[in-house]
Ligand binder design. Structure first.
Ligand code: 13P
Length: 244
């Protein structure tokens, strides 16, 4: 399986920051065995695609409906028309701040796949669930609710423990391997063994140049979803290289 290293710029970046894509694209071209994606804010997608057409450029969200009276929202088809080839849905920051439920995330994922976009569905436990030993139950429940039954090879899952995002803390490599194995088993139950085997499962949460190699070497870790360390080529390129 080709590893995927995806950067989520969140609400960061500017036209000037797109200059970082040049060195990122060069690193991606030099490591053909690794797929590299950047998800900038919506407003930068077209320029990012124009600047580096070889990179996979994506959106950080999409609406479940194709069009209509949804002020502030962007549909999956609009992302695709802007040149995006993937979409992140169900990021924990949107589940928290926009109150997105599993059902809403599932509808967004269906819309994104319907528009032909590679679709990264994010799951991950809260700190409280982890403290109670509830990590696997929470992740399995999110998968059951968020993964469309029709999902095929466009599907990517990102396991992002909420407490690890932006905190500098990560689970141990063994813990990550355990949750990724659970995700693979859950997907097999939802989609069947054959389709589940094709789904890339990314780890996200405080991935950096120092911890990437160990995390990416864990079983069932097929790439990374990177936040702050994707904002500059200096931080992101070593993570791409660690996946090679
Ligand atoms: O939320 C994340 C990516 O989607 C992870 O963010 P950080 O890499 O900044 O912890």
């Amino acid at each position: 399986m080709t590893p995927l290293i995806a950067g989520n710029w969140k609400m960061n970046g500017s036209r000037a920051a797109l200059a970082e894509l040049d060195a990122i694209a060069a690193a991606a071209a030099a490591t053909p065995g690794v797929e590299v994606a950047i998800c900038p804010p919506f407003t930068l997608i077209e320029r990012a695609v124009a600047r580096q057409p070889g990179l996979l450029i994506g959106g950080q969200d999409c609406h479940a409906e194709p069009h209509g009276a949804f002020t502030g929202a962007v549909s999956a088809a609009m992302l695709a028309e802007a040149g995006a080839r993937l979409a992140i849905v169900g990021h924990s920051e949107r589940r928290r701040d926009q109150h997105e439920t599993d059902a809403m995330v599932c509808a967004k994922a269906e819309a994104a796949m319907g528009a032909g976009l590679m679709t990264i569905i994010c799951v991950g436990e809260t700190e409280a669930a982890r403290a109670d030993g509830g990590t696997e139950a929470m992740v399995a429940r999110q998968l059951r609710g968020s993964v469309p039954h029709s999902a095929g090879d466009h599907l990517v899952i990102a396991y992002e423990p909420i407490w690890a995002i932006g905190s500098g803390q990560t689970p141990t490599v063994e813990e990550v391997a355990g949750v990724h194995a659970l995700i693979r088993r859950s997907l097999a139950g939802l989609l069947g063994e054959t389709r589940a085997a094709m789904v890339r499962i990314l780890y996200g949460g405080s991935v950096n140049a120092h911890n990437a190699a160990a995390l990416l070497a864990a079983p069932h870790v097929d790439g990374a979803l990177v936040g702050s360390a994707s904002l500059t080529a200096a931080d992101f390129v070593p993570i791409i290289e660690a996946a090679a």
